[in-house]
Design a binder for this molecule. Structure first.
Ligand SMILES: [Zn+2]
Length: 175
């Protein structure tokens, strides 16, 4: 068995792609990560990004209220939580795409009508490389972090990862 370096799923020897995350295994395995940044990406976990606490709202919160909260907090997405569990995510992009010029007439409607349901979420122990891969494949700018009970504990954004990479590159240059 070989372990996928992204998601750590066990795959049978010689598998071309990881059964769990779809990452190609063949070209991953031969070259060992040759820069300090690549090594960090494959070693460090979400916890290294110090995920921010999520902004959580109930499904029946009006989408207008959610948008105001996003603006007030200067963040790009809210997690929609029902009975302590993550059921959806509403991002600034949803606001642009789904509300747009109809904002005034739609703002009193519940956020649940505009959220992305059952968003992909990661465990705090997931590797950063895995998060990057999921964001890339899914076109996500945000990824929620949930605990074993599906309760959201944090949020990471593309920007968090860029900051992490920049820090790693700076450190690598100094070394
Ligand atoms: Zn995998």
């Amino acid at each position: 068995m070989i372990e996928c370096p992204y998601c750590e799923a066990e795959n049978i020897e010689g598998a071309d792609v990881c059964e769990q995350c779809g990452q190609p295994l063949s070209d991953m395995y031969l070259p060992t990560p040759d820069t300090a940044v690549e090594r960090s990406l494959l070693k460090d976990r979400m916890s290294a990004l110090s995920p921010k606490a999520p902004l959580t709202v109930a499904p029946d919160t009006s989408v207008g209220d959610v948008m105001r909260m996003l603006v007030d907090h200067g963040i790009g997405c809210a997690m929609v939580v029902d009975c302590e569990k993550l059921v959806g995510i509403f991002t600034e992009r949803d606001a642009l795409v789904k509300l747009n010029v109809d904002y005034a007439e739609l703002s009193a409607r519940p956020v649940s009508e505009f959220m992305t349901q059952s968003p992909e979420a990661l465990d705090i122990g997931a590797k950063i490389a895995f998060a990057v891969q999921r964001m890339d494949l899914g076109g996500y700018r945000h990824l929620p972090i949930v605990d074993d009970d599906g309760h959201p504990t944090g949020i990471i954004s593309v920007r968090d990862i860029l900051r992490y990479l920049t820090e790693k590159m700076t450190t690598a240059e100094k070394a």
